[in-house]
Design a protein around this ligand. Structure first.
Ligand code: IMP
Length: 212
């Protein structure tokens, strides 16, 4: 298959931080071309109780509105000491219109009594990445990364909870202290989208079967 036969997907996310990461990760894999989410399509309410349900709600809305295959993802952060919260409600942890900084502040406050050492602050990010075709077929993959919640925010790159998430597969820096490539190499989103791109490639829907 030639590059001209690459699979074209419409991005369901309106979040520029997530879109930039997804574009960078898919560029590594090749085989997929991404179109921006049409501005006229209304935002989808994320009423699902799982990442998969929310990814599907977003993907179906875009596939139906555009008549093209859509690419959606949903991410949660599960903190063990909080029984898995914020989980799927990560964007709204500090309230309906919470900013990234509000959510980070609340998380640090909620964990303030827990020591840095001994595994008390363990957490994981989980992402579901999904392609949904207008005829109802879908393919999705999940990616996770294990780590700990730092006791204070560190670093200025990335977004969301990145300043307080320290992946196990690293040197102690938070995601916000890493370059984008360092983050994507081990991140939930990197893993989910690389697996999805590979599945699309293996199923003959994208690329030439030889992923870069
Ligand atoms: P969404 O539902 O996939 O849009 O993600 C929910 C929330 O999780 C976002 O608003 C961010 O606060 C957070 N989040 C998602 N992905 C990341 C990430 O890669 N790093 C840090 N925070 C993230």
């Amino acid at each position: 298959m030639s590059v001209a036969e690459r699979l074209t997907l419409v991005a369901a996310t309106a979040n520029p931080d997530k879109l930039a990461e997804i574009e960078a990760i898919l560029a590594e894999s090749g085989g997929v071309e991404l179109l921006a989410r049409p501005k006229e399509v209304a935002d989808v309410e994320e009423t699902g109780e799982t990442l998969e349900e929310n990814a599907r709600l977003k993907a179906v809305a875009i596939a139906e509105a555009t008549g093209r295959p859509a690419l959606a993802d949903d991410t949660g952060i599960e903190v063990e000491a909080l029984g898995g919260a914020p989980g799927v409600y990560a964007a709204r942890y500090a309230g309906e219109s919470a900013t990234y900084a509000d959510n980070v502040r609340k998380l640090l406050a909620d964990l303030s009594s827990l020591p840095d050492a001994g595994g008390a602050r363990r957490a994981r990010f989980r992402t579901v990445a999904m392609v949904r075709f207008p005829d109802g077929r879908e393919i999705w993959r999940e990616g996770t990364v294990e780590g700990t919640i730092a006791s204070r925010a560190r670093g200025a790159s990335g977004f969301g909870y990145d300043p307080v998430f320290v992946p196990d597969e690293g040197d102690g820096r938070s995601f916000a202290e890493m370059t984008p490539a360092e983050k994507h190499a081990v991140s939930h989103r990197g893993r989910a989208f690389r697996a999805l791109a590979e599945a699309l490639c293996l199923s003959g829907l994208a690329g030439d079967g030889a992923m870069r």
